[in-house]
Design a protein around this ligand. Structure first.
Ligand code: ADP
Ligand code: MG
Length: 699
């Protein structure tokens, strides 16, 4: 056995050479024998089973049939030219067709000789055919009695004979070599507990199984292994943070919190809000740095929880910062917070893109001296040159909008790290949260404040716009306000922008006659103009606000009760949910009207249907996850956490949970992984540190 065998450069593998090696490197990132065998098949074609023609049904995958080809002829000309034959077994006959390589195939076919054909049956003009079947003449028995792995390959690979079969052959050259061995990574007791085969056997099971259960065994082992080490990394990171990062000890609740709570709280807190606040208080009192994700559906009342947490920080002689993803939202927070805390004598400042240079300098000075207790702003501004005297808490609103590195930048400059509370209204399923934010603690406001009336959501085709206009008029005449959103996904998109402007002009004609006031807000406007419009809307001086998704997150105007979304088929599910969350914030019945063209895709239909069926952000998030996959959700992709080769944290949830429980158990008994039985885990981590550097933090 040679330990270095697997580290051999791929070009030295039998059947590779310098040209194919280059293609493997570029297309699949395969540099060594080890990389190659870690390129796992994603499914198998069962070539152990032979079907008969009368068994064929439409939903069949690739199948094989045994029989004879009774005739073959070229038909059609030019582009429609094809080769058509008849394949027959004891139970019937089926057409076989080729569109390419016709000359070569004609030559290779022997009529009336027994063969096995292999392909996917499809229904064409009411009868089945198989396009481009593979043919094996039955003397080649060795090939027909196998499970055939399917690997993902690219056109470039195929053009170098590295199709699924080619890859499989190369992998065979590695795992059938007498020098092949695979160092075990999991402790024996874990292998036994989960009934996993050794790593070496598992490679054979996954790449060259003789039946389906061998394949599943191999696949499960590698999925487990991948998720196990993902969980180990996350858990040890959390442990390390708890042990090494010093946090402020906020031991007292004092004047600011108590006075506010007693005298200025605009409403009584819901039980869910109280519960979360308790968790935050307890966390900040320990001396461990808080790193907490606060989940709560749109409108669940996260802002007040954030403010109370900030007041605790101020009670303990530190400063607080609140970051928002948009200027509109930062301004809203600033106005809301200065208003409700006006009796406390706090100094609160707002720092955004429109803050003048002179003003910014002044603010920076008063932050540095400690005179300003609360800073609210957009993330871009709260960076390098803003230095706090003593930063006790950072609250990040709508956290999924921030880059990972960007966030850490804010507090890395301080010796004692501030407590961090990140808030998101885009709930994500528990398992995903555990993985993506695994080193964060999670609090959840599970219930909306009472008295809310569920929003009514309907889907209407755009040819019924006039009815909608009538409805809007009746709502406006009752004193309610309306959001009217146009899709402008990329603010630079010219035709979208034109639609917005045309739409606005049209609405002015429709509603202007009734002396209703309309305004428009979009990303190309100057911040000052946006501000002015939002203020008028908030004060009820605008009846109908035409807008783009600039109002998507956070905006809070409780009197607005109708949300109309044009071309709703173009929005993502969580975006629709966010937009809808702008209404239903008061005690009145609110409505969300999703307009779409008549012809929309099935996926779009599903999204819109989901919106009309539920108001629950968690259900929406689950469905979104199914429709889009985890990679597109939130900042999951940028976190790099999901660069998984074989496991899928959604589909393999049971394996994820199993591995996670095992990891928790292991670290409970052996937090430093210093016991002999855990030496393989320790080695794996040390190795990884050498090759990948230290694991960067998530939040
Ligand atoms: P989100 O969680 O979406 O950020 P907000 O904090 O903006 O929600 O709160 C939504 C609305 O609900 C606001 O108008 C807020 O004043 C109100 N609100 C929050 N908590 C309560 C409560 N306990 N009782 C009544 N209204 C509340
Ligand atoms: Mg909010």
């Amino acid at each position: 056995m040679d330990k270095n065998f697997l580290h051999t450069s791929i070009e030295y593998l039998k059947g590779v050479g310098p040209v194919k090696a280059e293609v493997l490197k570029n297309e699949l990132g395969i540099f060594t024998f080890e990389d190659l065998i870690n390129h796992f098949p994603f499914r198998y074609i069962d070539r152990t089973k032979i079907y008969t023609i009368n068994e064929i049904s439409e939903e069949m995958p690739f199948i094989q049939l045994k029989g004879i080809i009774t005739n073959i002829k070229e038909i059609g000309i030019g582009k429609t030219k094809r080769l058509s034959g008849t394949f027959r077994d004891n139970t019937g006959e089926i057409e076989i067709v080729w569109f390419q390589h016709i000359k070569w195939i004609v030559k290779s076919i022997e009529l009336n000789k027994v063969c096995v054909i292999f392909g996917k049956p499809s229904l064409f003009n009411n009868s089945y055919n198989i396009v481009h079947p593979e043919i094996e003449w039955t003397e080649d028995e060795k090939n027909t009695s196998k499970m055939q792995p399917v690997y993902s390959v690219t056109e470039k690979l195929k053009s170098h004979f590295l199709d699924s079969k080619g890859i499989s052959k190369l992998i065979g050259n590695v795992i059938n070599n007498p020098q092949f061995s695979a160092e075990e990574t999991l402790p024996d007791y874990i292998l036994n507990k989960n009934k996993f085969a050794s790593r070496k056997i598992s490679y054979k099971n996954i790449h060259a199984p003789t039946n389906n259960s061998e394949f599943t065994d191999g696949q499960n082992r590698f999925k487990y292994e991948e998720l196990f080490f993902l969980n180990i990394k996350i858990a040890s990171l959390k442990l390390k943070r708890n042990r090494t990062i010093k946090g402020f000890v906020f031991s007292k609740i004092d004047y600011f919190f108590n006075t506010f709570y007693k005298n200025y709280l605009p409403f009584s807190l819901t039980d869910a809000q109280k519960e979360v606040l308790k968790e935050i208080r307890a966390n900040m009192a320990t001396g461990k740095q808080m790193n907490r994700l606060l989940q709560g559906d749109v409108g669940s009342g996260k802002t007040i929880v954030a403010l109370l947490s900030m007041l605790i920080a101020i009670d303990n002689q530190t400063q607080a910062v609140l970051m928002a993803p948009t200027e509109i939202l930062a301004l809203q927070h600033f106005e809301n917070i200065t208003k409700i805390t006006s009796g406390l004598g706090l100094k609160t400042e707002l720092l955004t893109g429109t803050t003048s240079k002179a003003r910014k300098e002044k603010i920076i000075k008063s932050i540095f001296s400690g005179e300003t207790e609360i800073l609210i702003g957009t993330h871009a501004l709260i960076e390098d040159d803003v230095i706090f005297k003593s930063l006790g808490i950072v609250v990040i609103d709508e956290q999924h909008r921030f880059g990972v590195a960007q966030r850490a930048k804010l507090w890395n400059k301080y010796d004692t790290k501030p407590h961090v509370l990140v808030m998101t209204a885009t709930p994500i399923p528990r398992t995903l949260a555990m993985t993506v934010y695994g080193d964060l603690d999670v609090s959840k406001i599970g219930k909306l404040p009472s008295g809310r009336v569920p929003i009514k959501t309907v889907h209407r085709y755009e040819n019924r716009r006039d009815e909608i206009f009538d409805f809007l008029r009746s709502e406006i005449s009752k004193g309610r306000q309306v959001y009217y959103v146009f899709p402008l996904i990329e603010e630079s998109e010219k035709s979208d922008f034109q639609n917005l402007v045309d739409g606005f002009e049209n609405l002015k004609v429709v509603f202007g006659n009734f002396k209703y006031k309309l305004a428009m807000v979009h990303g190309r406007m100057k911040a000052k103009e946006k501000e002015a419009v939002m203020k008028l809307f908030k004060n009820g001086e605008i009846n109908l606000l035409v807008s783009t998704t600039v109002i998507e997150v956070g905006v809070d105007v409780p009197n607005a009760s109708v949300m109309v979304i044009e071309n709703s088929e173009r929005f993502g599910l969580s975006q629709l949910h966010q937009l809808r969350g702008r209404v239903g914030r008061g005690s009145k019945q609110s409505y969300c009207i999703l307009l779409s063209s008549v012809k929309i895709s099935n996926v779009a239909k599903e999204r819109i249907k989901a919106m009309t069926q539920t108001n629950d952000g968690f259900e929406i998030a689950n469905l979104d996850l199914k429709l889009r996959g985890p990679g597109d959700l939130l900042g999951v992709r940028q976190s790099g956490l999901l660069d998984l080769k074989i496991a899928d944290i959604v589909k393999d949830e049971d394996i994820l949970l199993k591995s996670r429980n095992d990891v928790i158990e292991i670290l409970k008994n052996d937090p430093n992984l210093s016991q002999t039985q855990n030496i393989r885990i320790r080695n794996w981590l040390d190795n990884r540190k050498k090759t990948h550097g230290d694991w960067s933090r998530v939040s």
